[in-house]
Design a protein around this ligand. Structure first.
Ligand SMILES: Nc1nc2c(c(=O)[nH]1)N[C@H]1C(S)=C(S)[C@@H](COP(=O)(O)OP(=O)(O)OC[C@H]3O[C@@H](n4cnc5c(N)ncnc54)[C@H](O)[C@@H]3O)O[C@H]1N2
Ligand code: MOO
Length: 475
């Protein structure tokens, strides 16, 4: 199983250049792995990590707020991203057939195993000609694609040739079918410029050329390119397997809300979103509010505590998700269960709205866990903030450049003074982002018509102008 062979050392920090992250991981080690962790330890390291960031003043003010209110400190949104990417340690690579490789991620660069084209090729149907016309027609018949070495063409001669056929030695150009006329054994037409409609060997690449970097998702086009470049198998990191535990006694899986109970809205969306993010959802279980339980599995029948459910999920998955129960309510059992397991909490709350109670943990055998808050739009926020980068980490995909996707807001949008706001937007025209509204943490009406999510940095005045966009995963 992939879990057992995954490297446990934090190698990824170095390769991804996150030195702040590497140091925090070191600091967190002994305190956080020592056992039923004092959550304060994890929080302390989060603070340490944030002190290295750019928002010292804001963080310091934020921290003292929490000290006076007794709340712990949320990790800033960018740091949460980076931490999640690092916590998702690359799954071991495996060699698979091209058909099996779809949706996985290249674990090695794709390097051309041949020149492309592999030989000089006709780019058009017509005639291979040698020298200026008119030309005498070679008596030997046509040169077709798939034929081995054609006979050389003497000066003043032409031979019919098919697109993709190997160019006879001595050819100076290809005359397209629609430009030439044959009469008896003569070909007439305008003189093509030398090399016209010949694709020279190696035009696209030479043997050994780097075509795609490691970390590239294997799309249909990548499969085609790999086949053209000579591959029968690809070395990939597989789609991470994800087990989802949906918590909450109030949740119904069918029918209308009744008796204070509501429909589970996270279960139906999480699987397809995981698929869209390159993962393989292996299970989505509606568990109700299980008691937290203890790490001593002998203490009760299997499967009746959250601890049991987490251990079972971690045994068959590369990433575990929970939804709901991340808060401090009477039946919020995610923290107690993680504490009972001695899990590390690299992120325990993120300075983002909605979704600030989201968390990222590492279960004792190294399997990462993301706790999605129960409010459905808050859960979406956690998918974009923590789940997506963990999955990219597991598959060795790089984090996208923060500046690549930006658009201008069609109207100012209020910001949160300390936290990033994620706001569903439509993209009505290239370069423009229009807030769609209906963006309360418990609402899905806005995100359901959104094309993307705008990232509004914290600040006093409404956001206006250009903002970063996050793509919504599409299954
Ligand atoms: N005293 C405080 N209370 C709350 C805070 C806070 O800071 N202080 N934060 C609020 C925020 S923000 C969120 S988000 C939620 C997070 O709560 P939990 O992760 O513990 O989630 P639950 O309490 O289980 O549920 C919250 C809400 O969402 C509904 N829910 C849960 N699961 C689903 C689902 N699968 N489909 C649809 N709806 C779901 C649940 O019924 C609750 O209404 O805490 C706030 N409270
Ligand atoms: O952040 Mo909560 O996620 O506002 O609903």
């Amino acid at each position: 199983m992939a879990n057992s062979s995954r490297p446990r050392v934090p190698t990824a920090a170095g390769t991804r250049g996150s030195t702040a992250g590497a140091r925090v991981e070191g600091e967190a080690g002994p305190a956080a792995t020592a056992g039923p962790a004092d959550p304060a330890d994890a929080r302390g390291t989060d603070r340490g990590e944030e002190r290295t960031g750019a928002h010292r003043t804001t963080d310091d003010r934020h921290r003292s707020d929490h000290e006076t209110t007794g709340h712990h400190h949320d990790t800033d949104w960018e740091t949460a991203h980076r931490t999640a990417h690092r916590v998702g340690r690359e799954l071991p690579p495996r060699a698979v057939s091209l058909t099996e490789a779809i949706g996985h991620t290249l674990a090695e660069p794709l390097t051309a195993l041949t020149d492309l084209p592999a030989f000089d090729t006709a780019a058009m149907d017509g005639w291979a000609v040698s020298g200026p016309g008119p030309w005498g027609l070679e008596p030997g018949g046509a040169v077709l694609a798939g034929h081995d070495h054609p006979a050389p063409l003497a000066d003043g001669l032409a031979v019919p040739i098919a697109t993709g056929a190997r160019i006879p030695p001595g050819t100076t150009a290809v005359l397209r079918r629609e430009r030439g006329r044959t009469l008896a054994d003569r070909l007439r037409g305008p003189n093509p410029s030398p090399g016209a409609d010949i694709r020279p060997r190696g035009q696209e690449c030479r043997t050994g050329a780097g075509l795609l970097p490691a970390g590239t998702p294997v799309t249909p086009a990548v499969l085609g390119l790999a086949a053209a470049a000579g591959y029968d198998r690809l070395t990939v990191r597989p789609r991470p397997r994800v087990a989802v535990l949906v918590l909450g006694d109030e949740l119904l899986h069918r029918g209308l809300p009744t008796g204070g109970r509501i429909r589970d809205a996270i279960g139906p969306m999480i699987g397809p979103w995981l698929t869209g993010l390159g993962a393989e959802p292996v299970s989505v279980r509606l568990l109700g509010d299980l008691p937290a339980g203890s790490a001593d599995r002998a203490g009760g029948p299997r499967g009746d505590t959250l601890v049991e459910a987490l251990l079972d999920a971690a045994g068959s998955a590369d990433l575990v998700l929970t939804s709901g129960g991340t808060g401090a309510g009477p039946v919020d059992r995610v923290h107690p269960a993680l504490r009972a397991l001695g899990a590390r909490l690299p992120v325990d709350g993120v300075a983002v709205r909605p979704g600030h109670p989201m968390l990222l943990a590492e279960l004792p055998d190294g399997v990462p866990l993301v706790g999605l808050p129960g409010n459905p739009l808050a859960a979406v926020s956690a998918v974009l903030t923590l789940v997506a980068p963990v999955l990219r980490g597991l598959t060795g995909r790089p984090e996208p450049d923060a500046d690549t996707v930006r658009a201008r807001l069609t109207e100012p949008v209020s910001r949160h003074p300390r936290d990033v706001r994620l706001v569903p937007v439509r993209l009505p025209a290239p370069g423009w982002a229009e807030p769609v509204g209906w963006a309360g943490p418990a609402m899905l009406r806005g995100i359901a018509v959104a094309d993307a999510v705008a990232v509004l940095p914290p600040g006093p005045a409404p956001a206006a102008g250009r903002v970063r966009l996050l793509e919504l995963p599409r299954p």
